[in-house]
Design a protein around this ligand. Structure first.
Ligand SMILES: [Fe+2]
Length: 309
């Protein structure tokens, strides 16, 4: 097996202002599968084609935004090794016992220099995707319910020290830089896209004065046609669309950005190229950043830059 260490984004916990309104939105409009509730009142979801018990968790709070973003690692031995490596690198970690989240094993949690909480874990119960492990069908009725993404894909986080965050992801967790936007000084990164896989990004950061902010959490669709269908469903359900459907120059994904009922931005996207760790990172300069973010309009919109939760 070639994939080692950190495997993929595994869970993302987000704050919402009205729990039941949000449950209805993520279940009926987004088409996520509700997986359960815990004693803290958190509601757990997964995308239909995901196999682990949960990937997207919401809890009610008086402000929107992200609580933490968790990555699944290959094994418990890897979890122990990465915890030790983080500590050796000077990162303070804490252990959260198995079962604190539904159907999820022990987690290692740490804060990165952008002010976000990142987690690693090795175990989450495999509940399957509704299709058999022996001679399965191709999809289930859930695949057509609402927008129906196939997985939680990545998140773009805003915070101050993105260089410090990059160091931890690259030097300790084995991520690599896929693309970056460089400021006019020719050396400072405004934004970075990092991968732990052959995806064009598993996490991304934008330099921003306030720590711990969420720009968007992203869900993967299977085709450009499904991105258009998602836009239709957003219009039918009066979802506030930020931009799209359009294409990114950066990562080349086709995308829509929209807001959930609490004002958290989410993305439903498809495609983008596959990347490899030996590839040279792609660099964007500020005079072309508009095309990098929105390839068709070739300019940024105001909300994209300023609205974060
Ligand atoms: Fe994205």
């Amino acid at each position: 097996m070639a994939m080692k260490g950190v495997l993929r984004p595994g869970h993302f916990q987000m704050r919402v202002l009205d729990l039941e309104e949000s449950v209805k939105f993520y279940r009926e409009v987004m088409g996520l599968v509700e997986q359960g509730r815990d004693s803290q009142g958190r509601v757990y979801f997964k995308a239909w084609d995901e196999r682990d018990h949960n990937s997207f968790i919401i809890r009610q709070a008086d402000r929107a935004g992200v609580d933490f973003f968790g990555f699944k690692v290959e094994s418990r031995e890897t979890l122990e090794k990465l915890d030790a490596d983080l500590k050796a690198f000077g990162v303070k970690t804490e252990r959260i016992p198995a079962g604190e989240m539904l159907e999820t094993g022990e987690r290692v949690r740490f804060e990165i220099p952008t002010g976000h909480l990142i987690e690693l874990y090795a175990d989450k119960t495999d509940v399957g995707n509704g299709m058999a492990y022996l001679n399965p069908e191709a999809w289930t009725p859930q695949a057509e319910k609402g927008i129906a993404p196939i997985r939680l894909d990545h998140a773009l986080l805003y915070g101050p020290d993105i260089d410090g965050a990059r160091e931890i992801f690259e030097k300790v967790l084995g991520f690599y830089l896929v693309e970056h936007v460089v400021l006019e000084d020719g050396k400072t990164d405004l934004a970075i896209w990092l991968s732990c896989s052959i995806k064009a990004h598993d996490i991304a950061f934008v330099r921003h004065p306030e720590p711990g902010k969420l720009h968007h959490v992203s869900f993967l669709l299977e085709s450009w046609e499904k991105v258009l269908r998602a836009a239709d469903l957003m219009s039918m359900n009066r979802v506030s669309i930020d931009i799209g459907p359009t294409r990114h120059g950066i990562t080349r994904g086709t995308t829509i950005y929209a807001f959930d009922p609490s004002g958290n931005r989410f993305e439903t996207f498809c495609g983008g190229y596959q990347s490899y760790p030996d590839w040279k990172p792609i660099k964007w300069t500020m005079d072309e950043v508009g095309a990098g973010v929105f390839y068709h309009d070739r300019k940024l919109n105001e909300t994209f830059l300023s609205v974060v939760t």
